[in-house]
Design a protein around this ligand. Sequence first.
Ligand code: PRP
Ligand code: URA
Length: 207
Amino acid sequence: MSLHILNHPVINHKLTMMRNKKTDNKHFREMLDEIAMLMTYEVTKDLPSRVIPVETPVAATTGYELDVSGIIIVPILRAGLGLERGVTQVIPNAKVGHIGLYRDPQTLKPVEYYWKLPEDKGAEIIVVDPMLATGGSATAAITMLKGKGYRKIRMMCLVAAPEGVEVLQKAHPEVEIYTAALDDHLNEHGYIVPGLGDAGDRIFGTD
Ligand code: PRP
Ligand code: URA
């Protein structure tokens, strides 16, 4: 299965606060941090870990170690930064790469302006962006990653539109998509309905 809709009561509660147009930037960011931390639990649940020896105060036993150096979190700038913070609080030693894309307001097509990633092509990549709307930005980011040789890629967003999920699944069928919510549709400006508005503006206080 490639689409995972988390639909969790705690996440839904916080997401509803984020959707509310009266929620200010401070509380919007705080909710996003908290949801990102909660979602990381689900998004990373099949990541490989190795068995290691450990001595408790009582006995020698074995435990597990996640290969955190083999995980790269890739926020799509700039709204992706809002999710990255929560994910890296849960996996503080993960590496972080950045892809700069903005959606041209007229064509709704993604425009690339920045790329900087750790070199480890075998790493588990978690692309993070709160909004999967037309799917253009996520699809372009993953196409760029594959073009540079990265292979193990998953996508984490907060709110997805059915149109964007379809586009991304068609372009990259093997990529698992995790979203807190699947909304109804896109409006004529490419905004998710009901959505939460412009995620970047609400995180950073621009408009
Ligand atoms: C938003 C969002 C995604 C993109 C989603 O970014 O953060 O990157 O739109 O839309 P899509 O699925 O139709 O491509 P935006 O272009 O507003 O840039 P920003 O993050 O700098 O605000
Ligand atoms: N980008 C956003 O920030 N919000 C949307 O609804 C669609 C794209």
